[in-house]
Every structure is written in C-alpha cells, then in structure tokens.
Write a protein that binds this ligand. Structure first.
Ligand code: ZN
Length: 392
C-alpha cells in the first residue's frame, strides 16, 4: 500500500525545470505533481562514499530541491574504484565539498548544503531536523545505530543500505509505519566479527546497485507512489544475480521503537558497538558468562573475585554488588595485576562488555587462565537481573 507523500508540492515548475525533467513528467505516477514534490524535498545523505556517491548523483539528477551531504573525510585514491562522485582532481579534498561540486555540475537547480563534519550525538538531531528524509550510506555500526536512533526519535524515515564484497542489503526504516534498524538488528555484531569493506573489499559497482535502490525508495516516499520498502529487506547477491525480499516485522520488544522502549535518548554508540582488539576477541572465546549466570554463581555461593573495570565516575552511577573497582587502564598496563588474588577465579565486567574483553586478554596473558568476563556488563545486569538499577 503506498504511503501518503512525505512532501507537499512546490507552487510551480519553471520552463527550465519542465524541459529538464520532461522524462519524469510524462510518467503518469510522477507527473508535474510528483516533480513539484521532489522540488520541495530536502534529503540528507549521510556519507559521500560508496553508497552516497551514486545516491547523491541520482537524487540531484532527479530534481530533489535540497540535498545535504554529511562527510568529514577527504578523497583518497583508493576511493575512486567506486566513489564515482569524486575524481582525480578531488584527491585530498573534503568529500562533502567534492560531492557538492559534482552535484552542481549535474544539476545547478539543486540547493546543496555541506556538512563537512562527522555525524555525532552533538550534531545529529540539529542536522536531521532540517530534512524530510535521510539516506544512510555509512559503513560502520556506531554511525548506523546513531542514524537509526536519531531518525526514530525525530520520527523521520530513512533509507538504509549496506554492502560487502558481492552482497548488498537495503531497506526503509520508519518507526511510525514499520520496523526500525534495531528491530532487525537489536545488537551490533561482536566487535571484530564483521569485517568492513576496508578489510574485506567491495565490488565497486555493487555501490551503484544498492545506492540506486536507496534513491528509488527515497523518490517513492517523497512523492508518494509505489510500494515502499517499509517492513521488507532487499538482499542482493551480485554473484548469483538475485534479489530476495524478506519480510521484517516491527519488534514489540525493540529497545527504541517497541512498546516499552529502554532507549529514549541518544546513547554512547562507540561503547555500544565496541571496537575491541583481536587479542580481546580471542580472549572472550569460551570465557564469557551472562549476567544471569553471574547471579547464579552468586546465589550458589561460588568463590570468585568480581572486578569492575570501568572508571570511578561510572562506578558511582551503578554497580554490581560485591564488585571491586580497578579501571581497565590499570589492568592493561599491568600496574594492578598484583592486586588480583591468585587463589580465586577472576570475573571482569564493565558497562557493556567491550572494555572487560580487553582487560580479560591482559589478565589471561598474565596467567589467570580461568578468568571470565560478563557479556553486556552492568547494563545487562540492570536489564536482566536487577531491573531496579539505573543504566546510563
Ligand atoms: Zn525498532
């Protein structure tokens, strides 16, 4: 079922615009009315990289009136294999500026807004507020969850895409009408489990396959025709040359768009998504317990030494009973290792399980071979064991 158009039509099209967009105007579903809606539309593209390049170029050519570009990076030679909005003469130039120049060359009627900065908790709401729709072309999990949460909190739709080697995915996330990214992926993958395109590579043209789906969906939502990709995930396999549509339901237990949301404001996305070393990823294999398991150990009277590796200010906010505070830095530097008992099993925890994984690697390397860490840290404890505790 088509959704109502996101944007009201502009008052009129100029003679230049009628000439330029004539191939749109003669499609009955678009028509003058649809083109006027595109003219009035404000779309933000997060990232002017692999997905952002084709997305911005086609959005510009289609006549989206205002295009915002967020990117803090500069053009590198290794980008040119797929980021076709940039050229050789742009090397070393900020991507947002380079993209803006290409957009003006494609369609000078587009008003381009350059956001030459990294998207962060400090600026995301203020930037998103200015747009009708967001196209997410980011390549890391922390920014993806940031984009999702800001979009849900502001009630904005966004078109998501992701690419890796020969595989691509795309969907429209709009909490008012369907699932959000967290409904599909409640938790980021364990750090180190999913390689980035920088580590694993990406077929350049895959960016165009997925970026063009994103533009297709953006235009449908803005002008209000067709079947939007809400509640469906498109999975593209370039090797098989197949597209599959998978139904995605809204999760009533979703942390941000469910019936009892636990995420009601932006969180610490770097902490949420982690970024642990290979050593830490190895250390946690077979040496991880859950918060409910920790509770069972306590109730069973098991003899262990519980170490909280967060910072003192965090320990003040909320703590697990019986825990001793030794900040991660003191453990990793080796300074605090002598304070750990030799005759008891060591159990480490932090806020979310990232820092404790790193501390676990150091502790195990120092000979505490039966040490474990608590998956999800004190946040998991507060959510699964003692719900009277605050989280932060
Ligand atoms: Zn959700």
């Amino acid at each position: 079922m088509p959704l109502p158009p996101l944007v009201e039509p502009a008052a009129e099209l100029t003679v230049d615009e009628v000439r330029r967009y004539s191939r749109h105007l003669i499609i009955p579903d678009v028509g003058v009315e649809g083109q006027k809606r595109l003219k009035n539309s404000k779309v933000l593209c997060v990232g002017a990289g692999g997905l952002g390049s084709p997305a911005l170029m086609y959005l510009a050519a289609a006549g989206v009136g205002t295009l915002g570009v967020v990117d803090f990076d500069v053009v590198d030679e290794s980008n040119l294999q797929r980021q076709i909005i940039h050229g050789v003469s742009d090397l070393g130039r900020p991507k947002a500026e380079s993209a803006a120049a290409s957009i003006r060359e494609i369609n000078p009627l587009v008003h381009v807004v350059i956001h030459n900065e990294a998207l962060s908790n400090d600026n995301v709401m203020q930037i998103f507020e200015q747009y009708d729709l967001i196209v997410d072309g980011t390549d890391n999990f922390a920014t993806r969850y940031l984009v999702n949460d800001a979009a849900v909190l502001l009630g904005k739709p966004y078109v998501w895409g992701s690419i890796y080697r020969f595989d691509g995915q795309a969907s429209v996330f709009w909490a008012e009408h369907g699932p959000c990214y967290r409904c599909l992926y409640p938790e980021p993958p364990p750090p180190g489990m999913v390689p980035s395109c920088a580590e694993g590579g990406v077929l350049g043209v895959l960016c165009a396959s997925i970026g063009s789906i994103q533009v297709n969906e953006a235009i449908k939502l803005l002008a209000g025709f067709g079947e939007p990709l809400v509640g469906r995930l498109m999975v593209y396999d370039a090797l098989e040359m197949s597209y599959r549509g998978i139904k995605v339901r809204k999760d009533p237990n979703c942390a941000i768009c469910g019936t009892h949301p636990t995420v009601t404001e932006l969180i610490d996305y770097d902490d949420f998504c982690g970024g642990i070393t290979d050593e830490a990823a190895d250390a946690v294999q077979g040496s991880t317990i859950t918060a409910p398991e920790l509770k069972e150990w306590m109730d069973a009277g098991k003899d262990f030494h519980l170490v909280d590796v967060r910072e003192p200010a965090e320990y003040e906010i909320v703590k697990i009973p019986g825990s001793v505070l030794i900040p991660k830095g003191d453990i990793v530097s080796g300074e605090a290792l002598s304070r750990l008992p030799q005759d008891k099993q060591i159990v480490l925890h932090c806020k979310s399980g990232v820092r404790s994984a790193e501390a676990l690697a150091a502790v195990k390397a120092a000979g505490f071979s039966d040490a474990v860490h608590v998956q999800g840290g004190v946040v998991a404890w507060a959510k699964q064991v003692d719900t009277s505790l605050p989280t932060y």
